[in-house]
Design a protein around this ligand. Sequence first.
Ligand SMILES: C[S@@+](CC[C@H](N)C(=O)[O-])C[C@H]1O[C@@H](n2cnc3c(N)ncnc32)[C@H](O)[C@@H]1O
Length: 204
Amino acid sequence: MESLDRKIHWENIYQTKNFEDVGWFQAKPETSLEFLEKFNVPKDAKIIDCGSGESYFVDNLLDLGYQDITVLDISEKALEKVKKRLGSRANKIKWIVADISSFQPPEKYDFWHDRAAFHFLKEDEVTKYLQIIKENLNLGGHLVIGTFSENGPTKCSGIEIKQYSENTLSQVIEKYLKKIYCFTIDHITPSKSTQNFMFCGFQN
Ligand SMILES: C[S@@+](CC[C@H](N)C(=O)[O-])C[C@H]1O[C@@H](n2cnc3c(N)ncnc32)[C@H](O)[C@@H]1O
C-alpha cells in the first residue's frame, strides 16, 4: 500500500469506527507496560509510541508519572481523538502526524514502542524505519515491537500484514540492535477472537 493510500485508509478508520470496536483495542496495554518495568525505564526517559492510534498506552504513561512522551500516528484523526480524551493532559504530550517509514525525529528517544504498526511495512520500508530507529534511539535505549505472529492473523484492519516469528523479527532487527527477549501472547479482540502476537524487546 502506498503512503497516501495508507493515510486515507487510516483516517477513514478513525473517522468511522469506535475504538472499543476495533480488533486491536486493549482496555489496558499490559504487555507494553510490563516492558517499561522489565527495562527499568526511568520517569524522565524520552518515550515515543509509534503508530499509537487511540491506544491507552499514553494515558497509562502519564498515570505512571512519565514526563517526556511523544505520540505518533499517520492519522491526524486518531491523535485528535486521543487529545480530546486526555483533555488538559494533552498539553504534556508531543504529537507527530507522520509515516513511520519516512519521518524525521526531532529528537532522540530512550524507549521506542510500536504495537501493530511495524507489521504493515514492506521490506524497503522496514529498512528505512530501522535506520530511523537506529539513528534516533539513545545508546542503551530500548525498542519494543509487537506484531502478529506466524500463528496470528494475516490481515489487520483489512490490510495484508507480515507475520513475524522470533527468528524472522530478530534477524531483521539484530542488524541494528541487540535482542533482549521475545515471547508470543494472545490478544482477545472485542469480538472475542484470538490474535497471537509476537513481542520482542531490543536494546541499542
Ligand atoms: C492496528 S493499529 C494499532 C494501534 C496501537 N498501536 C494499539 O496498539 O492500539 C495500527 C496503527 O498504526 C498506524 N499506522 C499504520 N501504518 C503507519 C505508518 N506507516 N506510519 C505511522 N502510523 C501508521 C495506524 O494509523 C494505526 O493507528
